[in-house]
Design a protein around this ligand. Structure first.
Ligand SMILES: O=C(O)CCC(=O)C(=O)O
Length: 226
């Protein structure tokens, strides 16, 4: 499941440091929360499903409308997958690389997302899209708003796996000051409601080695897009 396809990761269960991470909730804004370690109990069930999705829809480097190649490797599962190319950002039911529908959203992804959303104050979340981002050292995501969804009533649920990263969580204007939030393996960030359109991004990933995922960070961003 590596971004650059250099062989399968060796998957154990939890590393000691993951198990020592206390489960707690941090408030980023009125309707945004970091659920520390929330996904750890789900990881064992989730990783084989992630492997299966990536076997059907491998990571690829997509182009922005401005012609830049994104440093983050992307894939998707669910009824709709987020894509970008020279003609724009959009959701599509078809993987442009295979010309087939995206792999189905695994049940464990849905259940985790629903439980995390509920824990953050958004009961009844039913995602139809999961963007899978793969960061190698140096990869980053610029500040942006999630605005390609049909309506903004559902929250965003964003799960971190593998290497730690610094998540930037800003305001409704690009120029607003961003909070810097260190995200670790198993952390879930949820934002919605009045915070749904806040700018966010990820600083360039620092080099390192995660006991389960190796030299990478994988992020699953679950949304209601259609
Ligand atoms: O990798 C992350 O934590 C954030 C991903 C993100 O912002 C996005 O996919 O829109």
């Amino acid at each position: 499941m590596h971004c650059n396809d250099d062989g399968p990761a060796t998957l154990g269960l939890f590393s000691d440091s993951d198990l020592q991470q206390p489960a707690r909730v941090e408030v980023l804004g009125p309707q945004s929360r970091v659920l520390r370690g929330f996904a750890l109990p789900w990881v064992e069930a989730l990783l084989p499903q992630l492997d299966a999705v990536l076997a059907a829809a491998p990571f690829r480097q997509m182009q922005t409308p401005g012609g830049f190649t994104m440093s983050v490797g992307l894939s998707s599962c669910g009824q709709l997958g987020w894509t970008t190319d020279r003609s724009g950002y959009r959701y599509s039911p078809i993987d442009p690389q295979s010309q087939r529908p995206w792999p189905a959203l695994p049940k464990v992804f849905q259940e985790l997302a629903e439980a995390a959303a509920e824990a953050a104050g958004f009961p009844g979340f039913a995602p139809d899209s999961c963007l899978i981002n793969c960061y190698r050292p140096g990869a980053k995501m610029s500040l942006h708003q999630d605005k390609n969804e049909r309506d903004y009533s559902a929250p965003i649920v964003s799960l971190s796996l593998g290497l730690p990263a610094i998540f930037l969580f800003g305001g409704r204007q690009r120029s607003d000051k961003s909070q810097r939030v260190a995200l670790l393996h198993g952390d879930v960030v949820v934002w919605g409601g009045v915070d749904r359109l806040r700018y966010h991004g990820v600083l360039a990933l620092k080099d390192g080695h995660h006991p389960l995922l190796g030299q990478q960070r994988i992020n699953l961003t679950l949304r209601r897009a259609g």
